[in-house]
Design a protein around this ligand. Structure first.
Ligand SMILES: O=C(O)c1ccc[n+]([C@@H]2O[C@H](COP(=O)([O-])O)[C@@H](O)[C@H]2O)c1
Ligand SMILES: Cc1cc2nc[nH]c2cc1C
Length: 351
């Protein structure tokens, strides 16, 4: 496995030109709020004053977790494969939203416990890729969830999947019963935070359930105490879908694609990727702040400002899909909105 190298995208001349263009549009300075910083970022990522999003790809990575047997989720592991089938059949939230917004949907079996049967690819329909490293991870409360080799294979799978996809925008989603535990563990380990601050309800645990989850997660941290570096932490505490996502983030960032990050779990993958290659964050748009308690904390650790705050806590890429029209609008504003000069509108404020 070779971690892709990323150049720094900071380009003061382009940034200044983009900011000037945005400021000269027919509107009071700053009045389009976060859409303005979004437009600036998209221009920087795509390296142009006239950004155009092409062939957007929604990638949903799925995997199962040995930890789930310890009662850390409100749902059983079988829901992972059942939802994969639902994604492919077109009935899940992400299926509906991807259809609505014209996002090509690819579901990747990164390590679902049950065998997912291959199927024919029909153009315009959700696609299945089988990249299963193993049938679920080991129980991280007893030792490493993955071997180093398994973790590297999953990262490489993510790199290869992105290489095979067209377009210049990648929207990230995931599915895996137990994977809020993975995200909490990675946040605690990589940011040095107490597990109680990093742990929440996931699919719907009550207060007593969260307390039990915290106790199990503390055991996982203790059982993997020496795994402190990003890759070691990912192997010891992570999941196959999270490691695959790390690979997709690294590759998409290296190719200068726009990366639209969904919720708590996809953000955890970005956190790991950014510890391997800090410039990754320049290529990311954080779609929303999840209702999962520690997501705000995780975003703060990356100094990330999410676009939406709708109380979503579904995952699947649903928040990324919902934010997509904002990215399209930001590009259209940059490309099509008139300047004061072109429209003959007086650009001087009276004050
Ligand atoms: O994306 C989020 O912020 C998010 C927050 C809570 C739950 N989820 C989804 O719920 C599943 C994990 O929850 P849990 O309780 O099984 O750890 C997994 O399939 C995620 O897609 C996702
Ligand atoms: C039903 C269900 C759907 C999901 N989608 C993403 N995570 C999920 C978890 C559950 C339980």
């Amino acid at each position: 496995m070779q971690i892709p190298l990323l150049p720094d995208l900071t380009h003061p001349a382009l940034t200044a030109r983009l900011q000037h263009l945005i400021d000269q549009k027919t509107k009071p300075l700053g009045s389009l709020g976060k859409l303005e910083s979004l437009a600036l970022r998209l221009g920087q990522i795509l390296g142009t004053e006239a950004p155009q999003l092409q062939a957007p790809q929604m990638l949903v990575c799925a995997g199962d977790h040995g930890l789930a047997a310890r009662g850390v989720s409100a749902f059983p592991s079988d829901v992972t494969w059942q939802m994969v089938e639902n994604f492919l059949a077109g009935g899940a939230a992400v299926s509906v939203l991807a259809r609505q917004h014209g996002l090509a949907l690819t579901v990747v079996d990164c390590g679902v416990a049950k065998g997912i049967a291959p199927r024919e690819t029909t153009p315009g329909q959700p696609r299945l890729l089988l990249r299963k490293v193993a049938a679920g991870t080991q129980d991280a409360s007893q030792g490493p969830a993955m071997s180093t080799a398994q973790c590297e294979t999953a990262i490489q799978n993510g790199i290869d999947v992105v290489r095979s996809l067209p377009g210049n925008a990648l929207l990230l989603g995931e599915m895996g019963i137990g994977n809020t535990s993975v995200a909490s563990l990675l946040l605690a380990r990589l940011c040095g935070l107490p597990i109680t601050e990093c742990t929440g309800a996931g699919t719907g645990l009550d207060a007593a359930g969260i307390a039990r989850k915290c106790a199990v997660l503390q055991q996982a941290l203790d059982a993997n105490a020496s795994a402190t570096k990003p890759l070691a932490a990912l192997a010891a505490l992570g999941g196959f879908e999270v490691a695959t996502l790390v690979g997709t983030v690294l590759q998409a960032a290296a190719e200068r694609r726009v990366i639209v990050v969904d919720g708590f779990i996809t953000s955890a993958a970005v956190l790991v990727a950014s510890r391997l290659q800090p410039w990754v964050l320049q290529r990311c748009v954080f779609a929303h702040r999840s209702g999962e308690r520690a997501h705000g904390l995780m975003l703060e650790q990356m100094q990330a400002e999410p676009l939406l705050d709708l109380g979503l806590r579904l995952g699947e890429g649903s928040g990324a899909a919902l934010a997509w029209p904002l990215l399209q609008s930001a590009c259209a504003i940059l490309r099509e909105m008139a300047s004061f000069e072109a429209a003959g509108v007086s650009g001087q404020s009276a004050a």
